[in-house]
Ligand binder design. Structure first.
Ligand code: NCD
Length: 304
């Protein structure tokens, strides 16, 4: 049985096949509408979510399956003190596959050790978010036609942003990716990411606090939200929340074929005036997220 806890649980070849499968689903939706008939997905969200939870649910419904779950820890027995392991053993009696989001780093890994059905990590604290990465990779592949030979800028909260950590990890297995890491001093990429991923795989990278200076060189710009819920002090959040705002005047210096991604939700970091620019890909990215989750569910359930 295969779980998806970390993006490296999938080989590069497996990710390529998921991308191909998603492209086929996009072209031939009707062929997939009954593939998961009789199967159930449980969405266990111990932390808030709009896109990730609903896209898992929509993905399973579009495959002809059904969904159960909860969207708040305090509406589950976690509020009574039940352990993650016991919750998972229980839900495994009701569902064929589980997508789980948890504020504690490592909780989905613990869950996978006790589970009788495949577990998908839908985000664990500031750690990993592999299915967002699949959505990001599908978007980059569809927009740029390739996953190598790219200069990718990551901007905003690189410290707590789990989507950033997972995507950089995935890109470290591609050829010729250059990183530009744009953040205030306090929200720089964690040291473990630098040592264990970026430097270990020899990715050329630069750190800067200037989006203006970085933008002309980028093929892909990955914007992120400053994550209020992960700060210890509200005052630090207030000071840093508007560090980077992408607007049309900054975009004037970017390449004509830049692709702007954002895992969403956005707060202020991308002005709404950017939404109509052809370089804005973040709403396409949302849709791609549903398709690649369909491909992933098929794979983990072993449905051809
Ligand atoms: C991200 C997350 O939850 O990590 N959102 C998402 O899943 N699309 C990013 C964020 O919350 O800022």
């Amino acid at each position: 049985m295969q779980h998806l806890i970390d993006i490296c649980d999938l080989s590069v070849a497996e990710i390529d096949r998921l991308i191909e499968k998603s492209n086929d689903i996009i072209k031939h939706r009707e062929n997939y509408s009954e593939k998961c008939k009789g199967k159930k997905l449980a969405a266990l969200f111990f932390e808030p979510s709009t896109r990730t939870r609903l896209s898992f649910e929509a993905a399973m419904l579009e495959l002809g399956g059904s969904v159960i779950g909860f969207s708040e820890a305090n509406s589950s027995s976690a509020a009574k003190g039940e352990s993650v392991s016991d919750t998972i053993r229980t839900v495994g009696c009701y569902a064929d596959i589980i997508a789980m989001r948890h504020p504690k780093e490592g909780a989905p890994l613990v869950a996978s050790m006790k589970s009788s059905v495949p577990i998908i990590n839908a985000g664990d604290g500031g750690h990993n978010h592999p299915t967002q990465t699949l959505a990001d990779l599908l978007t980059i592949k569809r927009e740029k036609g390739r996953l190598n030979d790219l200069t990718v800028g990551f901007c905003g909260d690189l410290k707590f942003g789990r989507t950033v950590h997972s995507l950089i990890t995935a890109l470290s297995r591609q050829n010729n990716i250059r990183l530009i890491l744009i953040s205030p001093q306090e929200l720089k990429i964690p040291e473990y990411m630098k040592q264990e991923v970026i430097e270990r795989f020899g990715m050329p990278y630069e750190e800067t606090d200037s989006l203006e200076k970085a933008i002309p060189n980028l093929d892909v710009l990955y914007m992120t939200r400053v994550q209020r819920e992960r700060f210890f002090k509200e005052a630090d959040y207030i000071r840093l929340k508007d560090s980077y705002i992408l607007n049309l005047s900054k975009l004037a210096h970017a390449k004509a074929d830049l692709s702007i991604l954002h895992p969403l939700p956005r707060v202020n970091e991308i002005s709404v005036e950017v939404d109509d620019d052809p370089r804005a890909c973040y709403f396409k990215q949302v849709l791609n997220g549903k398709y690649i989750r369909m491909a992933l569910i098929l794979k983990l359930l072993g449905v051809e």
